[in-house]
Design a protein around this ligand. Structure first.
Ligand code: TPP
Ligand code: MG
Length: 579
């Protein structure tokens, strides 16, 4: 019989499970003997099911991206364990994505032991303990987390974990960071429990009756009202509330900077998507009352703006955008409220107090005609051009492929974000996710987190070729095979980074770079991108150039996924740079 311990590490893992964490995406090191031992003891004692499942991730960027997406899909907090300062740094931009997509994730990192003569169990016994002893490990994360703290005393660890997760899960949700030096993680404890129900997230906020009435009256009286949203669909139950209000008053809805499914694409009030738009949106210019609900970038003022007389209202879980240094919308009222609750309040007010039905019906006909015309114009683009696959044709092929599937799509398609949104046209809440932030490569770990959290769904990632390389595909595909999380990845392969080229053209349209088509963004000679996945995880791998072959290759790839094997298809679209 091996020795048995109940330590801070055991209590830490139990607390995660008590808080609803199903997965710990882990990359381990010399700081984790306590956790490794606690996990092994739980397994040996037949208690492994009482703790979260550990998913070994050979790269930390993959671990946090997986946790981010598992939290989004499961709507439950998830956790990551990384190695001291360097594992923390290796999560890289994934921490920025987790923050800006408002996702509850607890990140734990060990810390160098603080004794060196055996004063306590866990004391320094490896040379690396001196090297990794940095002055401010928590400072690495401070700009990106809602809360950071150090576990200093074992008997308090569960309370600390529950408080951290309560902060992470309360709106606006976000990542939190705990560190624990080796000695405290080895501290022997009496087993104890904490009631997770005492640490529920803060309840959703409602509008005051005055603000409800003001917004309700303004929308009911408007000639050309407009709703703009971006991340309302992070709560899929908010979507029917938006549909209800848009239906009631016949209000057109625009999705702006949307990394969620916010409003059904086929609904006649859906009037399009905008990301980095360069032209004035006519609905925005014409609107007399605008409701901006859960949206980070409702418009880019330099290119597209509301009319100066428009009455603007902002309802947002974070209306001040405190994480952004520069942000302003000239709103009559801004309210910090939960959109599901607030939209229900406004719809009830309008119903109870009446509105001009004739006005709404004439607008309904007009907005619907605009919707139909917009869709017809998009449909007309869904064909190859001169024997070359276009992003529009590719997205239409993916849409057709997924027609009978319960699909969950991750889009990290960069300069094709708008094309993907416009041609994929998702209608089911919770069926589309984006990175929510600007650090490329989220989808790789994301696809694993999504598949683990919804094994019954077909997970499909639509991504740029540069983004694919940022995702650490070797690590992703090892994890995907090891934990039976097969997904389909379709690469919008323009063999380069089109985004920095577009940025340069936006500032220097007639400069030397433009004249010579010399932007330093080409990926020639071409790499075998799907081959990386085949080598690391035995994935189905194909590269497609011929438009006629595309549908059948995508079908074969999907069949491989249904057979339990991941698939990566690189699809040649027009080059980012060069002919
Ligand atoms: C971690 C990180 N590094 C660099 C960038 C800057 N960046 C933004 S878009 C982009 C190119 C993306 O290339 P790809 O995925 O092929 O999409 P494309 O631009 O070709 O559509 C780069 C390098 C970033 N956003 N994140
Ligand atoms: Mg590219």
């Amino acid at each position: 019989m091996t020795e048995r311990f109940y330590t801070t590490s055991t209590a830490f893992l139990e607390a995660l499970a008590e808080a609803g964490v199903q997965y710990v995406f882990a990359n381990l090191g010399s700081d984790h003997p306590g956790l490794i031992e606690a996990l092994a003891q739980a397994k040996a004692d037949g208690r492994a099911g009482d703790l979260p499942q550990v998913i070994i991730c050979p790269h930390e960027m993959v671990a946090l991206s997986a946790a981010q997406t598992a939290a989004l899909v499961s709507r439950s907090p998830q956790a990551v364990i990384v190695h001291v300062d360097v594992g923390t740094q290796n999560m890289g931009g994934a921490i920025s994505n987790a923050r800006t997509s408002r996702v509850p994730v607890l990140v734990f990192a060990g810390a160098s032991p603080y004794t060196m003569r055996g004063e306590l169990p866990g004391s320094r016994n490896e040379y690396i303990h001196w090297i990794q002893d940095v002055p401010d490990q928590r400072g690495i994360m401070r700009g990106h987390v809602k809360y950071d703290n150090e576990i200093r005393y074992g008997a308090d660890v569960k309370q600390l974990v529950h408080r951290a997760i309560q902060i992470a899960a309360s709106e606006p949700a976000g990542p939190v960071y705990l560190v624990g030096p080796r000695e405290v993680m080895e501290q022997p404890l009496e087993p104890y429990t904490v009631d997770a129900a005492d640490y529920r997230p803060v309840e959703p906020a409602a509008l005051t009756p005055e603000v409800t009435a003001e917004i309700g009256r303004a929308l009911a009286a408007a000639r050309s009202p407009l709703i703009i949203t971006g991340h309302l669909g992070r709560d899929p139950e908010a979507v029917p509330k938006l549909v209800e209000l848009a239906d009631l008053l016949a209000i057109p809805v625009i999705e702006s900077g949307a990394f969620r499914m916010n409003f059904p694409a086929d609904h006649p009030m859906h009037r399009g998507w905008q990301f980095t738009t360069t032209e004035q949106n006519p609905l925005l210019a014409a609107a007399d009352v605008i409701l901006i609900v859960d949206c980070d970038v409702p418009y880019i003022e330099l290119n597209s703006r509301p009319s100066p007389g428009a009455e603007i209202y902002v309802i947002d879980i974070d209306p001040l955008k405190q994480g952004m240094s520069l942000w302003h919308v000239p709103a009559r009222r801004s309210a910090a409220a939960n959109s599901k609750v607030a939209l229900g309040q406004i719809a009830a007010y309008v119903r109870d107090n009446g509105f001009d039905r004739e006005l709404a019906e004439s607008r309904r006909a007009e907005v619907t005609a605009g919707h139909d015309a917009q869709r017809a114009a998009l449909d007309a683009l869904e064909h190859p051009e001169d024997g070359v696959i276009t992003p529009q044709y590719l997205t239409a092929c993916v849409r057709d492929l997924l027609a009978g599937e319960d699909a969950l799509v991750l889009s990290e398609s960069i300069t094709n974000f708008q094309v993907v949104a416009e041609h994929l046209r998702v209608n089911k809440p919770g069926s589309l996710f984006g990175p929510g932030g600007s650090s490329l490569g989220w989808f790789g770990g994301g696809s694993i987190g999504a598949k683990l959290s919804s094994p019954e769904r077909t997970v499909v990632s639509l991504v740029g070729d540069g983004t694919y390389l940022f995702s650490v595909p070797s690590s992703v595909h090892w994890v995907a095979r090891r934990y039976a999380a097969p997904t389909l990845t379709v690469i919008y392969d323009n063999r380069g980074w089109r985004a920095p080229k577009q940025s340069t053209l936006g500032v220097h349209p007639t400069g030397a770079a433009a004249a010579a088509d010399d932007f330093n963004v080409s990926f020639e000679p071409e790499a075998d991108l799907p081959g990386v996945a085949a080598a690391a995880g035995g994935a189905f791998a194909a590269t497609v150039d011929d438009p006629a072959e595309l549908p059948s290759v995508l079908k074969d790839a999907l069949a491989a996924v249904h057979g339990g094997r991941s698939a990566v298809v690189a699809v040649h679209i027009p080059r980012a740079q060069g002919a």
